[in-house]
Ligand binder design. Structure first.
Ligand code: TMP
Length: 213
């Protein structure tokens, strides 16, 4: 059985922290685990990520943007995700195809059917077994992102999305909730307003249940 678990949500919802907690938990249970992210996850993908998230690239065309996400994903699936799944690793991935459906589809208007076909082409039909959506109000997410930016200058120029309007992030949140509703077998929605350990416990329970079933 393959375990491919993806994490989605608005900026600042807490994906990175929760992925790291879940990784530690699964490792303690003697599971082999890898964590990865999109865009990125490979050497080529990381270069593409820098182009995509560079705050100077405000004039990027939506088609260019979409194809760069897909280019990063194709490399990622082939070089990292599939090989890890084939070796029996649990793969925890920070964003995947649902992010495209929300950001490029729901928010920016690219056709849902077209994106579905493109995602299937790029991933050779790879679908996550479980997608954890950490849902939280935009004000909370953006405040956390702002605080993180103040304490770390690690990805200082990777803020093209954080600079978008509140309305943009609200649309993203709405898009995720809609996709989750339409794919309720695969999605598990967690309330991201809860404290970090409560969110972790809920994710842990959902993962254990999925693995048992
Ligand atoms: P993050 O690593 O901080 O989550 O940032 C990645 C950004 O890229 C985030 O704002 C969502 C965006 N994104 C898309 O627009 N489409 C995609 O397909 C993916 C994977 C991410």
């Amino acid at each position: 059985m393959k375990y491919f678990i993806t994490f989605e949500g608005i900026e600042g919802c807490g994906k990175t922290t929760q992925i790291s907690f879940l990784k530690d938990f699964l490792k303690k249970k003697n599971r082999s685990v890898i964590t990865t992210r999109e865009p990125g996850g490979t050497k080529i993908g990381d270069k593409i990520r820098r182009i995509l998230l560079d705050s100077e690239n405000t004039d990027i065309d939506i088609k260019t943007e979409l194809l760069l996400y897909q280019a990063s994903r194709a490399q990622h699936v082939k070089d990292v995700i599939r090989p890890a799944l084939e070796q029996g690793c649990v793969v925890l991935c920070d964003r995947f195809t649902d992010a495209t459906s929300v950001y490029q589809g729901f928010v920016q208007g690219i056709s849902e059917d077209f994106l579905e076909r493109l995602n299937r082409f790029t991933t050779d039909n790879l679908t996550p077994n479980l997608t954890v959506l950490i849902d939280c109000p935009v004000e909370i997410g953006l405040k956390r992102t702002e605080d993180r930016m103040k304490t770390t200058n690690q990805e200082v120029c990777e803020n093209r999305f954080e600079e978008k309007s509140v309305e943009f992030h609200q649309m993203v949140r709405l898009g995720y909730l809609q996709i989750a509703e339409h794919n309720s077998n695969r999605f598990h929605i967690v309330d991201g307003r809860e404290d970090i350990s409560a969110v972790h416990r809920e994710i842990r329970t959902a993962v254990i249940k999925k693995m048992a079933g």
